[in-house]
Write a protein that binds this ligand. Structure first.
Ligand code: OGA
Ligand code: NI
Length: 320
């Protein structure tokens, strides 16, 4: 290598830092990691296998109840979602994000629908180091034009339709069916754990506004200053997330120390977190938990959350 080719456009040791991504010092990821117990891992086989016993379901409901109270974050195994489908969607997501920015912007989110591609999301006014592609569970998804309750104009959102990779839309639709099945099982377990009738939440989800979000976190040259997603709570009912093997999701532990705890990747498991609406329905018994995503200076990371939201006109108040 000659001298001119080794001196690239940026001098060694310096990087161009875009201020929009820079977190306040108190939000920057700490370099030390916390040792200790991670979030609970729960085996869902009592509700996914044939002929489960009543006692195994009761034990599961108890386990879910304490995990919801103590952590608000769970990893579940034996959840019934076919692994091949998850792998297909992950591969499709990789192919989609590997396209040029120009090609990805052909399916950009716009005023007519919140679905599609975008790369400029901010969490608490700091830009997230990520790109996303959103796909609605229901077509059309009905959404109010404004948050004014006297304004009854309703938008009919539809999905963007990427031409690449092939079968992208079919895979997404099949995946959403599986997420719906799993979300109903989880809602039943959560209802039972709160002493409610198992189908108590179902009525709110007929015209649900749920969506699946494909997320791509590129490697970040200043991973000590930026975040993939800044600290936040999810605003829906609950979130079901598939992450790859890179890691980066952190949860704020509810115990006195409020430390950030890594959610370790467990192959094929799903991460479930309670969000704001369950907190209200449960009258605060199950809190929505703060979490964030740290980025990696070398590795790219992919994750796929499914955000479960009720119908737009659901009155969200504590249940009896
Ligand atoms: C989110 C989120 C976590 C992740 O999208 O709300 O918290 O690991 N994602 O991508
Ligand atoms: Ni989140």
């Amino acid at each position: 290598m000659n001298e001119s080719s080794s001196s690239s456009s940026q001098a060694m040791g310096t990087i161009d830092v875009d201020q929009a991504f820079i977190q306040e010092p108190e939000h920057r990821p700490s370099l030390s990691t916390i040792e200790g117990q991670g979030i609970p891992v729960i085996d869902l086989s009592p509700v996914t296998s044939n002929n489960p016993s009543l006692s195994s379901i009761n034990a599961l409901v108890k386990e879910i109840g304490s995990a919801c109270k103590e952590w608000g974050f769970i990893q579940v195994t034996n959840h019934g979602v076919p692994l091949s489908l998850r792998q297909n969607l992950l591969e499709a997501s990789k192919s989609f994000f590997a396209q040029s920015l120009q090609d990805k912007k052909k399916v950009s989110r716009d005023e007519t629908s919140a679905s599609g591609y975008y790369d400029t999301e901010h969490t608490k006014n700091v830009r997230d180091w990520k790109e996303v592609f959103d796909f609605l569970a229901k077509e059309p998804t009905l959404f109010p034009l404004t948050s004014d309750e006297h304004d009854d104009r309703i938008l009919h959102w539809t999905n963007k339709n990427p031409q690449y990779p092939p079968h992208f839309r079919d895979i997404l639709k099949e995946y959403i069916k599986e997420m719906e099945k799993l979300s109903y099982k989880l809602l039943e377990l959560i209802a039972l754990s709160l002493g409610l009738e198992s189908k108590r939440f179902e009525e709110f989800f007929g015209d649900q506004t749920s969506f699946v979000r494909l997320k791509y976190y590129p490697p970040c040259p200043y991973s000590h200053l930026a975040l993939g997603v800044g600290p936040h709570k999810d605003s829906g009912a609950l979130t079901i997330l598939a992450q790859d093997d890179v890691g980066g999701l952190q949860v704020k532990r509810k115990t006195h120390d409020q430390e950030w705890i890594n959610v370790e990747p467990i192959p094929h498991a799903y991460i479930i977190n309670l969000a704001d609406i369950i907190q209200v329905w449960s009258n605060g018994a199950y809190e929505s938990v703060e979490h964030r995503v740290i980025v990696n200076s070398e590795k790219e990371r992919f994750s796929i959350p499914y955000f479960l939201f009720p119908a737009h006109d659901t009155e969200v108040k504590p249940l009896k």
